[in-house]
Design a protein around this ligand. Structure first.
Ligand code: GTP
Ligand code: MN
Ligand code: MN
Length: 609
């Protein structure tokens, strides 16, 4: 069978496909004019056929089965390596609903622009129909979407990151609300044109229509711009659905922890991109008697359960993790997860046909092919892997995945944690006084820029709730929504405690003060002892801090005064930070909830008292 013959059995919609899906696919196909329409069934055979197609096209390189079975390396176009926030739009009917932190365009105008771009955009290519479920199929918390795309790389990624295939399609009936996601790399082929390994377009649009629950993405095949189930649906569109329905869609990891007394806790933690979620989700505790199990590493959907408690699911089925810095010493669990069946994007290729990236091993290979396909040696003076290179792998392959990771009802959340990458000011850990103070801590997260999106690395930027690039509506309304979720929980049950952490504070010499990674279990221990009512705390201007000696640092080799530096509160800098927060709040046109501005006033009062 020739490659062109493959998947030919799927050229028509499977029996039982709802007419609404068929009509929509026909409409998009009429606009984009693909050569063929392929209905994806989600089978392993289909994924293998796609891999063969991509190897032939030069998109994928098969890795050496001996070291990395059934795994592939993709090299993107050098211009298509990260999320493009400047080209990401929230096209709500009212501009004020998008808020000052999102790019906005009027829906009708954007539709005209997109119609022009998508017209004939898939000529010479296949349109793949990818039905997917976010959350276990049939869970009351799950949501359905259908993505059409002309990128086999995106189909393969969606197959790993979501529950994808015919069963999902057949679950759609006339009453199902499903999200429509349209994606094209924006590189049509005329007859006789030869394709490039990573087609894309310099013009990019990642557009969201919150009212009609639609996503249109053009010009990029990079994960965050093109795997539309993830940031576009599970955060931007889902956050709007969640606002309307009274729950939360957040940029959070989910982790199960069991303490030495056998008590089980679940925590949800929001850190900006490339600030340690995947690492914490796969934590190996260094303190005796603690057990950590993974539930999710990037996105959580949270809401009040039938028992009145805050419950959460991981809507995804895979991990799209940052490769550089992932190694046996930092994240052994991730290394064990990606033993095989993994797609790597923009990492380096070793001479033995396996992959490598900065931080994977202490020993640096003498020769590599770098992420752009060039010869590389340690003398090259450039990183061998792109700083935002990624691995894509099924969550089920994670050795520490918790039994309840697919629980349809979700897990009970005992503590919520906010964090960021802050070289100065923010202490290792602070406990919020109450839910309102916790919402203030979330609203005022700022973090140093990383390679996960375009921009100047290291520059401090505001990233409230780690949702700045991902909230599908006005950020200030998001804070109001959090306040109302807290009120709703309080009315009937228990409200989880909220904490702030910072693993990234630096000393005078510029190196990290806190060892981080597995040692972060010590901070989680204090947090959960607080939740369990086992330990007191001391007041500070910023919130509740561990009392001297309560944070377990037994056996840690810390320099003198490190703990003082990790918890130091400099009044001058904090007053400056408060002034900058005031300016930030002023950009929201009076929409910041009074309970949040009140927290700022109280902080200033505490700092000056
Ligand atoms: P996204 O997947 O983009 O949302 O990012 P993420 O939050 O999952 O970040 P990830 O866990 O991949 O970590 C990003 C970088 O931070 C990696 O280079 C890690 O090695 C580094 N990192 C993670 N945890 C720690 C820590 O505790 N201390 C220090 N110093 N670095 C850390
Ligand atoms: Mn993320
Ligand atoms: Mn991650």
């Amino acid at each position: 069978m020739s490659i062109a013959e493959m998947t030919r059995t799927h050229f028509s919609a499977p029996d039982g496909t709802n007419q609404s899906v068929i009509a929509w696919v026909e409409e998009i196909a009429a606009l984009t004019q693909p050569d063929e329409v392929v209905w994806c069934n989600g089978s392993p055979e289909e994924a293998d056929e796609l891999a063969e197609l991509m190897i032939e096209a030069g998109t994928l390189t098969r890795l050496n089965d001996e070291y990395r079975p059934h795994s592939f390396l993709a090299r993107s176009d050098p211009s298509d390596v990260a999320r493009v926030e400047s080209r990401t739009f929230i096209c709500s009917v009212n501009e004020s609903d998008a808020g000052p932190s999102n790019n906005w365009a009027a829906p009708a105008e954007m539709r005209t622009t997109l119609d022009g771009l998508f017209e004939g955009a898939m000529r010479g290519r296949r349109l793949y129909v990818v039905p997917f479920s976010m959350g276990p199929l049939g869970s009351p918390l799950a949501k359905i979407g259908v993505q059409v795309t002309d990128s086999p790389y995106v189909v393969m990624s969606m197959g790993i990151m979501t529950r994808m295939g015919t069963a999902v399609l057949q679950s759609i009936d006339d009453s199902t609300e499903w999200v429509r996601a349209i994606h094209s790399v924006g590189a049509p082929l005329a007859a006789g044109d030869t394709d490039v390994p990573w087609p894309c377009n310099q013009t990019k649009y990642i557009s969201h229509f919150p009212e009609t629950r639609e996503i249109w993405s053009f010009g990029s095949a990079y994960g965050g711009n093109a795997i539309l189930a993830k940031k576009s649906f599970a955060l931007r569109i889902a956050s709007v659905i969640a606002r309307d329905e009274g729950w939360l869609a957040e940029h959070m990891l989910l982790l199960k922890l069991t303490n030495p007394r056998g008590r089980v806790f679940h925590i949800a933690a929001a850190f900006p991109s490339a600030c340690g979620k995947t690492n914490l989700a796969m934590l190996k505790p260094t303190i005796p008697g603690w057990k950590a199990e993974t539930i999710g590493d990037d996105i959580a959907w949270l809401g009040k359960g039938a028992d009145g408690r805050l419950r959460a699911i991981n809507p995804e089925a895979g991990f799209f993790g940052v490769a550089p810095g992932t190694g046996i010493a930092t994240n052994e669990t991730a290394m064990d997860t990606i033993w095989g069946n993994t797609v790597f994007t923009n990492v380096a290729l070793k001479d033995n046909g396996d992959v490598w990236w900065e931080g994977m091993t202490d020993e640096v290979p003498e020769h590599l092919i770098d992420w752009q396909g060039n010869d590389w040696t340690p003398e090259s003076g450039t990183p061998s892997s792109h700083p935002n290179s990624r691995f894509t792998v099924a969550a089920a392959q994670c050795p520490t995945i918790a039994d309840e990771w697919e629980s349809p009802q979700g897990v009970v959340i005992d503590a919520i944690i906010f964090g960021g990458r802050r070289a100065t000011n923010v202490p290792l850990v602070v406990e919020a006084r109450d839910w309102e103070h916790g919402v203030y801590l979330g609203a005022t997260i700022s973090s140093e820029r990383t390679a996960a999106a375009e921009g100047t690395i290291g520059e401090l930027r505001r990233d409230p709730f780690a949702m700045m690039p991902f909230c599908g509506y006005n950020m200030a309304d998001h804070w109001a929504h959090w306040l109302s979720v807290g009120q709703n929980l309080r009315s009937s049950g228990t409200v989880p405690r909220i904490f702030q952490v910072n693993w990234f504070r630096k000393g005078a010499d510029g190196s990290f003060l806190w060892p981080g990674f597995g040692e972060n279990s010590r901070v989680l221990e204090w947090i959960l002892e607080r939740v369990d009512g086992q330990v007191a705390a001391q007041e500070s201007a910023l919130g509740l801090l561990p009392r001297e000696g309560d944070l377990n640092i037994d056996g840690l080799d810390l320099d003198e005064n490190v703990m003082e530096q990790l918890f130091a509160i400099d009044t001058e800098s904090w007053l400056a930070e408060a002034a900058s927060t005031e300016e930030f709040f002023a950009t929201f046109d009076g929409r910041v909830p009074a309970a949040v501005t009140r927290q700022l006033e109280q902080l200033k009062a505490r700092l000056t008292s």
